[in-house]
Design a protein around this ligand. Structure first.
Ligand code: CZF
Ligand code: MG
Length: 199
């Protein structure tokens, strides 16, 4: 079976990439499957693009193979785009998705419905040894609810209500999320993914 390596340790992302590539008979490998000791990549960039490039390029450099990386996050208009690139560590390093959601609700406590617009952003970077890194961006518009709902997905999905939907992303069937999500929009732009398939 053909394979693609994604430089992530996020199980939620891995599941979504697996679902997408399954129909092409392509197996998704992540850093969770690599036995070799790999350094913890520090996300020191100031943009999604910079962080996606850091993750993809460092692993491509070490393993000498093509690598895909995903840097993503939630941008809330009432918070001037926060948590943005800090979405994974919004409530602090090592805190859970629930902690991040609790902090987001607290920050938006006084913000009325109608002013809680937000978008998910996903930037994919493809690093191929010896070639210039390329980027693909996808976005998904919506608003932040007032309490967590649903058990599917990960991260802020229980609080994010996509435009034209009544339910949160975590209440939608995963196949529905995969049709409308920021990640799926970015993946669909990734015409050159065939270049990074092994086997
Ligand atoms: O509800 C959500 N649905 C999504 O579809 C989604 N995509 C991203 N996010 C949030 O943004 C952070 C990414 O940060 P991030 O790109 O640094 O990833 P990460 O640190 O979790 O894993 P890695 O890929 O870096 O190993 C994640 O942790 C989540 O909090 C999402 N939340
Ligand atoms: Mg990260």
């Amino acid at each position: 079976m053909k394979k693609i390596l994604i430089a992530t340790r996020n199980k939620g992302k891995v599941r979504e990439f697996r679902d997408f590539f399954l129909k092409y008979d392509i197996e998704v490998e992540s850093l969770l499957d690599i036995q070799q000791d790999l350094p913890e990549v520090e996300e020191t960039g100031k943009t999604f693009e910079e962080n996606a490039a850091i993750k993809a390029e460092q692993i491509a450099e070490i393993l000498k193979v093509p690598v895909l990386a995903d840097d993503s996050g939630l941008m809330v208009d009432a918070l001037n785009g926060a948590p943005g690139i800090y979405s994974a560590r919004y409530a602090g390093e090592g805190k859970s998705d629930e902690d991040n959601n609790r902090k987001l609700l607290k920050e938006l406590y006084q913000v009325p419905k109608g002013e809680r617009s937000a978008r998910f952003v996903c930037v994919l970077a493809i690093a191929i040894p010896g070639e210039e890194t390329t980027f693909y961006r996808g976005e998904c518009e919506g608003e932040i609810g007032t309490e967590p709902k649903g058990i599917n997905g990960f991260g802020y999905d229980p609080l994010f209500i996509p435009n034209d939907y009544e339910q949160t992303m975590a209440e939608l069937d995963p196949s529905e999320k995969n049709k409308i999500s920021h990640r799926s929009h970015a993946i669909r732009k990734l015409e050159s993914w065939e270049k990074i398939i092994k086997g």
